[in-house]
Design a protein around this ligand. Structure first.
Ligand code: FMN
Length: 410
């Protein structure tokens, strides 16, 4: 997924971000970060350490954020500023520090405040997230490791760092996350963490039932809804494994993806994963029938009889029903959630499916409205509560509403 692909992320529009930039080589990437945050509708105030101005000119950030950049902690020449560190921190919903140097990290955990940004960290009354960026040896240094652990214990959010090639030419842990990854991490940090500590398995997309090595039977599911559910579960704090049929979609950020083709592959992948998970959301459009004995070679027109090609079908396993049965027998607290795309009688079919599959909830929608679309209306049927409708909205927003509805009511 590239930065240009970022959709509107939840919890960012209208948010006042103070972006602290420290003196690291990755400071140039923070210019892109300002652009992405501004595109999300955030108001961005950049604050630089004096060292950071050695790496990138404040003018770049001023032009991108539309605001004068603050560097000095002394209010000289700023008649409207009594105490910059208090004024700026009180007009801030989230303090984001990217890049965060080893030096600044050490100062935050010890309460040292000898520049404006340090003072802001100390005087803040909002969440703070740091995005470390440094040479691998600086990162692995016991002092830095002690400091980052202490920072976590103090409630600082730590995004990254990543492993990879570094500006100095060495390879290892310490690379700053890419700007678009930082935006996802920030959206997660600002989302309600309904699923912390839980592992959620999601199946999505169509299945592909092979006829021969080049042909097969599939359906019109795009995978968009299942991918949105996987992304929403990650935003809500879950570890997410997405078992996906063939789609053209990018893997959701933070989600582990397992690719499958036919319904039988999907069945074994899902059944293999659920014993280590706490919930299963079956969004995939799974073929009810597969081809019995698919050909190992491409079939020729001349192979068919004069009246056409004869194929024998075989019933595929019912993944949702099997997970429902497994949960009933082995793990009654495990949540089983199924989707139903119907063209008519939505409520009747969903209620019947709820009982038949032993599911905790069935989420129904009209196939003709939802297949391939970017928005969805969701009707939630549960065994324990009356039906609820999530009105038509972008699939990621609908997915987040669904996750919070399903997992915040036990
Ligand atoms: C070319 C150059 C690149 C540097 N890159 C980094 C870096 O990526 N991460 C880091 O922690 N320190 C880096 N440093 C060291 C910091 O700039 C130095 O510790 C400085 O005091 C940090 O100040 P600050 O934390 O107030 O911004 C670099 C120094 C130089 C000269």
């Amino acid at each position: 997924m590239m930065s240009n692909d970022l959709p509107q992320l939840p919890g960012l529009k209208g948010t006042r971000i103070v972006l602290g930039v420290c003196g690291g080589i990755a400071a140039y990437k923070s210019a892109e970060l300002v652009r992405l945050l501004t595109k999300q509708g955030c108001a961005v105030q950049v604050v630089m350490t004096p060292s950071a101005t050695q790496f990138i000119a404040p003018l770049t950030f001023q032009a991108l954020s539309g605001r004068a950049v603050a560097v000095s902690q002394w209010p000289e020449g700023q008649a409207d500023r009594g105490m910059p560190h208090i004024d700026i921190s009180r007009a801030c919903d989230h303090l984001l520090i990217a890049p965060c140097t080893a030096n600044s990290l050490a100062k935050y955990v010890h309460g040292i405040a000898d520049n404006l940004l340090d003072n802001l960290v100390l005087a803040r009354n909002c969440p703070v997230a740091i995005v470390p960026a440094m040479n691998v040896e600086m990162w692995n240094n016991p002092a830095t490791q002690r400091n980052v652990e202490q920072a976590r214990r103090d409630g600082l959010q730590v995004f990254g760092p990543a492993h990879g090639e570094q500006a100095c030419g060495e390879v290892g842990q310490g690379r700053m996350l890419e700007p678009w990854e930082i935006v996802w991490e920030l959206a997660k940090a600002r989302s309600t963490q309904t699923l912390t500590g839980q592992h959620v398995v999601v199946s999505a997309g169509p299945t592909f039932e092979a006829i021969d090595p080049v042909r097969g039977i599939t359906n019109r599911s795009s995978g968009k809804m299942g991918y949105a559910i996987a992304q929403a579960a990650w935003l809500a704090g879950a570890k997410v494994t997405l078992v996906s049929g063939p789609t053209a979609l990018a893997t959701p950020y933070g989600v582990q993806r397992v690719n499958v083709q036919g319904a039988r592959d999907m069945h074994s992948a899902v059944l293999g994963l659920v014993p280590q998970a706490q919930a299963y959301v079956g969004v995939a459009a799974v073929a009810d029938y597969g081809i019995l004995n698919p050909s190992t070679h491409k079939q020729k027109k001349s192979d068919a009889s004069p009246t056409g090609l004869n194929m024998e079908f075989t019933l595929n396993p019912d993944i949702l029903a099997e997970v429902g049965q497994w949960a009933t027998e082995h793990s009654p607290r495990f949540k089983v959630i199924g989707f139903a795309a119907e063209t008519q009688n939505l409520a009747d079919y969903a209620q019947q499916k709820l009982v038949r599959k032993k599911a905790h909830a069935i989420v129904a929608n009209f196939a003709q409205e939802v297949l391939g679309a970017d928005e969805a209306t969701l009707q939630i049927y549960r065994t324990d509560l009356p039906p609820v409708t999530i009105e038509r909205k972008p699939k990621l927003e609908a997915a987040l509403d669904l996750i919070h509805h399903l997992f915040s009511h036990p």
